[in-house]
Design a protein around this ligand. Structure first.
Ligand code: AMP
Length: 414
């Protein structure tokens, strides 16, 4: 019986995992240097967690099922709601701001295509307990530095959901109508807006896109709408910080992210060469979600990288991944010396990546295998040399060989 893997899921053979781990380590080591600490939360959550505020898009694509106890659970489709739940459960007493990161798979029942999977990985950060423009700036800056550390070219787009939400509030649109407007912006169905809201100022506002001058345009458009004006100022403060640290950006006041919980700054990063699925990062400020889950009012901001797309983009942009390296292959010339050879391998494994023949091959075949592995050295173990406390060290690139005392091997391998 042949069983295939579910549609939209993937296997990762060793070479792929080597590349993925390399990239994950680069990103995570940067997060650590910004003093973010790793957390993890369950793969399985109560589906209600994401029904409250994650938005229509997420709700439609969730893997939901009943467990044996009749509870409705789901495979997590995103991290932010879980992190907020966790904050309320166990992080709320930590010193603020709480700075955490995660790296784990998410599940969405979407139509699989290049760059869009049903199981995909997100690596992201959440900064909880700071409502200032400094926190907005820090997460955006960290996202940019992460991309740079991978050698990726990207475009940063910034918006502010509060500008639009405050305007819509002033115009008397209730929250569900507001959510609908943002949903249409996210799905690119902007033509439906006029019909839905009937307010030209909204339609004009969401078309604003460009550099800092956009903020002046929006400012004059929004005269009389004081709360929306205030949020323009917030956006301007973050943009000011980005400029002072030489970060390039485009402002897009029509950015509607699919997740409904955003209340302030939102941002996305796109890369060249990935076709339609070119968004590699999404994030923003969500100041009311923790309270909604029963916690104290706690402002928060974060982002998630679509890790699979980041890898695809690196390939597309020609970033070179380091090869996995094997330092030494130990080659016993006879079965009788295999256990002694294994002792030599064990000692070397304290410092090096070491393999040993496990197929009882002839020396010539073992050395061929060493070349296939890309081993730098072979350590040939024969009875005659062993009786002198020695082995033969072979430089695989040059083919040079010499006998070496076993105690001196480590030093000779460099
Ligand atoms: P979101 O949680 O929807 O803001 O998504 C954050 C990032 O996850 C996006 O920018 C994408 O890079 C990535 N992403 C979202 N959905 C998928 C998917 N189905 N397959 C692969 N990556 C995805």
């Amino acid at each position: 019986m042949k069983v295939v893997k579910p549609r939209g899921t993937r296997d990762f053979p060793p070479k792929k995992m080597h590349e993925r781990n390399h990239v994950r380590e680069l990103i995570e080591s940067l997060f650590v240097r910004y003093n973010y600490e790793e957390i993890l939360f369950p793969t399985l959550e109560h589906s209600q967690l994401f029904m409250v505020k994650s938005g229509e898009e997420i709700g439609e694509h969730m893997y939901v099922f009943q467990d044996k106890g009749g509870r409705e659970v789901c495979l997590r489709p995103e991290a932010t709601a879980s992190v907020c739940r966790m904050f309320v459960d166990s992080l709320r007493d930590l010193k603020k701001p709480v700075k955490v990161y995660y790296s784990c798979p998410m599940f969405r029942y979407e139509r699989p295509q290049k760059g869009r999977y049903r199981e995909f990985w997100q690596v992201g950060v959440e900064l909880l307990g700071s409502g200032g423009c400094e926190a907005d700036f820090e997460v955006i800056y960290l996202a940019c530095r992460s991309m740079e550390s991978l050698g990726l070219e990207f475009n940063l787009e910034i918006g502010h959901i509060g500008v639009l939400r405050n305007l819509m509030e002033d115009l008397g649109l209730d929250e569900s109508a507001q959510d609908k407007v943002i949903y249409y912006l996210d799905t690119g169905e902007e033509d439906k807006l006029v019909e839905l809201v009937g307010e030209q100022i909204i339609v004009d506002l969401v078309k604003l896109e460009g550099g800092r001058e956009i903020l002046d345009k929006a400012g004059s458009m929004l005269v009389g709408y004081d709360r929306a004006q205030k949020t323009i100022k917030e956006l301007s403060d973050v943009v000011g910080l980005l400029e002072s640290l030489s970060v390039d950006y485009t402002i897009d006041l029509g950015m509607g992210r699919g997740l409904e919980y955003y209340t302030g700054i939102v941002f996305e990063m796109r890369v060249e060469g990935l076709g339609a699925e070119n968004q590699v990062c999404g994030g923003g400020r969500y100041d009311r979600l923790i309270e909604l889950f029963g916690g104290p009012p706690t402002p928060a901001v974060g982002f998630a990288f679509g890790f699979d797309r980041v890898l695809d983009a690196m390939k597309e942009q020609g970033v070179v991944f380091p090869e996995r390296k094997v330092d030494v292959l130990v080659a016993p010339v006879k079965r009788e010396v295999w256990s002694e050879a294994y002792k030599v391998a064990s000692r070397l494994r304290e410092d090096f990546v070491v393999d040993i023949d496990l197929l009882n091959r002839k020396l010539g075949r073992i050395l061929e295998h060493g070349n296939e592995l890309g081993a730098r050295f072979a350590v040939i173990v024969g009875p005659k040399e062993l009786s002198r406390g020695e082995v033969t060290l072979r430089d695989m690139a040059s083919g040079d060989q010499s006998d070496v005392k076993i105690e001196e091997l480590r030093e000779r391998l460099g």
